[in-house]
Ligand binder design. Structure first.
Ligand code: T4K
Length: 370
């Protein structure tokens, strides 16, 4: 029987294996596997150049990067954040003993609504942690004005925002720090991986120490750091990915355009607008399934699944609905009406460079009711 292969929400972009083997041979010869080896250093330099940023510290994954970003700035007390994200955003706060304070999102961008921030500030607030959700830039100007007025740090969860620019400049340059994820499901992947974009060499040095257990030299430890170092095999994957990234993102852009074109006429299917960036990365393709569609989001999700199409409900449930957060006063659904509605309606459709036109068509046909 000719069984159709499943269509996932995403698939990692894999460069030619032979080129990766070349890097492996180099690693085998040098016997340097980790702890800031030559490939790690090359990737840091290449990423600064590619992203247009001054300093970057590589990590083992995006979650440890977030945890360390908060630790490096000595953030304590309460941090204002969004409930509409992957759970790692808020978990990074709990790992630092910080209380998350959730504010609602903007119905158009699905990012933290800056108009909600001031009312959530208390004497305990020390920072804001917004997310460039789906790679859509936050309102960085409004967030920075509030942070400056109240003397708050801003740490961006930029896990989705690799290569995204607003007004011609990288979104990673805003706030005090930005944390990236290079997980297999991301636009740019190193199998597992992540990074912190830092404004100056002094901050990078502190972050580099914190990701190496807090060592400042062979015998001195200045802080309870973690092991967050990226290995050489991960760095090699990153160097290879960079070579092919432009064409991969271009293909994502074509898929994005084809969905918008095909779904425009489908009643009740609202493609989330991409209008905040001057350079997009097309990391996700979220649609909102409204009441006029005729069946619920979950019914559509099930229908797609039955056809082997594994769309995902990112981000349902809201972080604020998970057991370790739902007791917080800010987690009440009355405080988060927009995020609550969007989490009930959202569906992220398959988007990745290797998605075939006929596979995308089968997703579109299923949504159109064919
Ligand atoms: N902040 C934000 C806003 C984030 O979105 C994330 C991660 C983080 C922080 C933390 O960064 P990391 O510590 O992860 O670097 C995935 C990812 O694991 C996670 O990285 C990502 N966000 C989140 C949005 O999605 P799952 O549990 O949905 O992934 P999974 O394994 O179900 O994969 C989705 C699909 O991708 C699969 O159906 C098939 C495909 N896939 C996946 C993997 C892992 C592959 O084809 N190959 C693979 O190796 O969480």
């Amino acid at each position: 029987m000719n069984k159709r292969k499943p269509i996932y929400v995403t698939q990692p972009f894999l460069p030619p294996l032979a080129e990766y083997v070349g890097y492996l041979e180099h690693i085998w010869d040098s016997k340097v596997l980790t702890n800031g080896g030559p490939l790690h250093q090359q990737l840091e330099a290449a990423l600064c150049n590619h992203l247009g940023v001054d300093h970057i510290a590589l990590f083992t994954n995006g979650t440890i990067a977030l945890v360390t970003a908060l630790q490096s700035l000595r953030v304590t007390g309460e941090v204002i954040t969004t409930p509409y994200s992957f759970v790692a955003t808020a978990h990074s706060l709990l790992w630092n003993g910080i209380r998350p304070v959730f504010v609602d999102i903007d119905p158009m961008t699905l990012n933290m609504d800056p108009a909600r921030i001031e009312a959530a500030i208390t004497t305990q607030t020390t920072a804001i942690m917004p997310v460039h959700c789906y790679g859509q830039p936050c309102d960085v100007g409004a967030i920075q004005r509030i942070a400056d007025n109240y003397n708050l740090k801003v740490i961006y969860d930029a896990a989705h925002a690799f290569g995204v620019a607003a007004n011609g400049s990288s979104v990673l340059k805003h706030g005090d720090l930005s944390a990236l994820s290079f997980h297999a499901t991301k636009v740019f992947n190193t199998f597992e991986g992540g990074a912190i974009v830092c404004p100056d060499a002094k901050t990078k040095l502190r972050i580099d120490q914190l990701k190496n257990f807090g060592f400042v030299d062979e015998t001195t430890v200045v802080a309870p750091g973690i092991n967050g170092k990226m290995s050489e095999v991960n760095a090699a994957m990153g160097l290879l990915q960079l070579k092919y990234l432009d064409s991969a993102i271009q293909r994502r852009g074509e898929i994005d355009a084809a969905y918008r074109d095909a779904l425009r006429s489908v009643r009740g299917i609202h493609c989330v607008e991409r209008n905040g960036a001057s350079t997009d990365n097309f990391a996700y393709f979220p649609v909102l399934v409204g009441p006029e569609y005729g069946s619920s989001r979950d019914a559509l999700y099930d229908k797609l699944k039955a056809r082997g199409i594994h769309a995902r409900r990112y981000f349902h449930p809201l972080i604020s609905d998970f057991p370790m957060y739902r007791g917080l006063p800010s987690a009440h659904r009355e405080n988060l009406p927009v995020a609550t509605r969007v989490a009930q309606q959202v569906l992220c459709l398959p988007i990745y460079p290797a998605l075939l036109p006929e596979e995308q068509q089968s997703v579109i046909d299923a949504i159109r009711g064919q």
